[in-house]
Design a protein around this ligand. Structure first.
Ligand code: AHR
Length: 330
């Protein structure tokens, strides 16, 4: 489908989702008995993961721009990929008495205590991008972001098709941050698809922490201990770009001697795809700012939102990347 049409379809889906939610029965909270607060008096605390990847930088810019456009005061903190920093930031937002807290959890587990503190303070929490693993889903209003399992499956589907005629395929996996939802789910979705045929073997799998430097370092080690790698599955573009550097340094041709599939579709990744160094990218959109503002203003107006809002995404081949690059936003 044409990229412009996909964006329009995605925007339409969100509007329908939010409109549907206003009369829906899913949990939601916000506003108060005295009615909505004027938007320019709202204060939102956002606890970001860090600045580990091109995706994250684009996500931060998009969120900050969307709140500035909506004239909502956004307090922003960067946890430098450390859960304890994110917990500190959330506690500080609770102390400051913000109206809403939004955050993208570094890892899935270990949030119940601080989220219970937010709940006790009556501050609604919105999860963006990544989920938490908690039995108590009353601790957050909604989770807005991608379906990471589906992303892993899309990567796996491409691999199955690409290697349809091969007898044996040796795969190395560059995992995202250990314990993070996208690392867990992208591995799971991928394994489910390739697991249907035992010619596919993950010969090595290690975390590169979603960074380019991490991807390069891990790939260097994998190249040394695995002489016959057919495919790199990197959980994000940045690690795939790091792997390209390691593969070239080893005298091999990325995209030819070793095929590469990644997730994200940030500009640098798309350029590498257009250049034939990456072979396929599964999109994960960082443009969550407008949707987050819509969720908060809906709650402020006394409306409810769906418990899960899934971001619409596509995939890119080399030809599609060449077509999309000139107008790519991030
Ligand atoms: O949670 C989204 C993931 O986090 C992106 O795929 C990755 O690039 C980022 O660091």
């Amino acid at each position: 489908m044409n990229k412009k049409l996909i964006s329009i379809a995605a925007a339409g889906a969100l509007l329908i989702g939010l409109a549907g939610c206003a009369s829906g029965t899913d949990a939601g909270s916000g506003g108060d008995a005295s009615g909505p607060k004027p938007v320019d008096e709202l204060v939102v605390g956002f606890a970001q993961v860090g600045a580990e990847s091109g995706w994250r930088t684009a996500n931060t810019k998009d969120i900050q721009a969307a709140f500035a456009d909506a004239d909502i005061d956004l307090k922003f903190s960067d946890a430098q990929q450390k859960q304890e920093n994110q917990i500190k930031a959330i506690r500080s937002y609770i102390q400051q008495g913000v109206d809403y807290i939004a955050f993208s959890p570094v890892v899935e587990t270990g949030w119940d205590a601080v989220l219970n503190e937010a709940k006790a303070a009556g501050i609604p929490v919105v999860l963006t991008d990544r989920a938490v693993d908690s039995k108590d889903d009353s601790l957050y209003v909604t989770f807005l972001g991608s379906d990471f399992i589906e992303e892993g499956k899309k990567a796996g589907d491409w691999v199955v098709e690409e290697f349809a005629d091969a007898d044996k395929v040796n795969i190395v996996q560059l995992e995202g941050t250990t314990g993070a939802a996208p690392a867990i789910d992208r591995a799971e979705g991928f394994a489910e698809v390739i697991g249907a045929d035992d010619k596919f073997e993950i010969v090595a799998s290690q975390t590169g922490d979603f960074t380019r430097a991490g991807g390069k370092q891990v790939m260097e080690a994998m190249l040394k201990s695995n002489p016959d790698i057919d495919l790199v599955y990197a959980h994000n573009d940045d690690m795939g770009l790091g792997a390209i550097e390691a593969i070239e340094a080893a005298g091999l041709v990325p995209g030819e001697d070793i095929k590469i599939v990644t997730v994200d579709a940030v500009k640098d990744g798309m350029q590498a795809l257009a250049d034939g160094k990456i072979n396929f990218i599964v999109e994960c959109s960082p443009l969550l700012g407008k949707q987050l503002v819509d969720v908060i203003t809906t709650l402020n107006d006394g409306g409810t939102v769906e418990k899960r809002i899934v971001t619409e995404e596509t995939t890119f081949t080399q030809e599609q990347a060449i077509e999309a690059l000139p107008t790519r936003q991030y």
